[in-house]
Write a protein that binds this ligand. Structure first.
Ligand SMILES: NC(=O)C1=CN([C@@H]2O[C@H](COP(=O)(O)OP(=O)(O)OC[C@H]3O[C@@H](n4cnc5c(N)ncnc54)[C@H](O)[C@@H]3O)[C@@H](O)[C@H]2O)C=CC1
Ligand SMILES: O=C(O)[C@@H]1CCC=N1
Length: 258
């Protein structure tokens, strides 16, 4: 059992807390300046506090506040070398963090799916302890990357769920337009995205081979694939990822200049 604290219980912090609660194996202290944010996670954690000093007592301290205040919060925590600081803020570099803490610093780019234990997380750091990896694996899958790759990871797996929600909704709306009941269209579209993602993770075939496996000769899928392949959807998705990546690097520059 590890004592974890989560500072900032908004969208991402609460997802992490709810995900950790599913395992029931950790002591989780939730900290936020907003009592309403704490109320929303009370049933999923061991204790709640508005006091940063109490949150600073954990072995692993997750800082899940907005990037522009992450540095100040980390400084105020005054952690020791025996502790680990996990920063989730987009664009706040290890250099900025290490200048403000004695703790081992790990950067994590998580996503909202931590709530259901299916997060895709990217981590970087020179000292990533097994305790940190083990806690993160309780809420999903984690891959280690170089810190220079954090901006693109922010776009791919941090922002990624929003892009997928958008695409999933497009499929759902197309189903509704052709007569499916909205609730049933949502289930069919969402389970299809979930199942396709599971297949990619578990199957050794490439995505091109998997597409071929769905396209029966002279069947239906090939007609739809022809439309997609003759469109600019691939470029548009790449542009969306690039825009999010660019914003992450801009945030890094803004925070470094503060
Ligand atoms: N929302 C998402 O899907 C993801 C967010 N992130 C990162 O997570 C961080 C938080 O983002 P969100 O959860 O979306 O923001 P949010 O605005 O939903 O939550 C931030 C929380 O921090 C609290 N807070 C503000 N100042 C505080 C302080 N001094 N001490 C304690 N708590 C304080 C706020 O009351 C709020 O509940 C950001 O740095 C963002 O880059 C990373 C990956 C995904
Ligand atoms: O939009 C944002 O800035 C945060 C970081 C990745 C996902 N949400």
């Amino acid at each position: 059992m590890v004592h974890v604290s989560v500072i900032g219980c908004g969208n991402m912090g609460s997802a992490l807390i709810r995900g950790l609660a599913r395992t029931g194996t950790h002591t989780v202290t939730a900290c936020d300046v907003d009592p309403q944010a704490l109320d929303s996670v009370t049933e999923f954690c061991s204790n709640t506090t508005t006091d940063l000093e109490t949150a600073a007592e954990a072995e692993i301290v997750f800082v899940v506040v907005k990037p522009d205040i992450t540095g100040t919060v980390v400084e105020d925590l005054d952690l020791s070398a025996e502790q680990t600081l996990v920063s989730i803020a987009a664009g706040v570099s290890t250099d900025v963090l290490e200048a403000r803490t004695d703790a081992a610093v790990v950067r994590l780019m998580p996503n909202l799916a931590a709530e259901s234990g299916t997060m895709a997380g990217a981590i970087s750091g020179t000292e990533i302890g097994e305790d940190v990896t083990s806690v993160l694996e309780d809420v999903g899958i984690v891959v280690e990357i170089h810190e220079e790759q954090m901006d693109v990871a922010t776009a791919v797996n941090g922002s990624g769920p929003a892009f997928v929600f958008y695409l999933l909704n497009a499929v759902k709306q197309a189903g509704i337009s052709s007569g499916l009941d909205p609730e049933k269209a949502e289930i069919l579209a969402a389970q299809t995205f979930k199942g396709a993602a599971e297949t990619v993770l578990r199957d050794e075939r490439t995505t091109d081979e998997l597409i071929d496996a769905v396209c029966s000769p002279k069947g239906t899928t090939i007609e739809g694939m022809n439309v997609l392949r003759n469109s600019s959807v691939e470029e548009t998705v790449a542009e969306a990822v690039a825009a999010a990546e660019e914003r992450s690097s801009e945030l890094a520059a803004e925070v470094a200049n503060e």
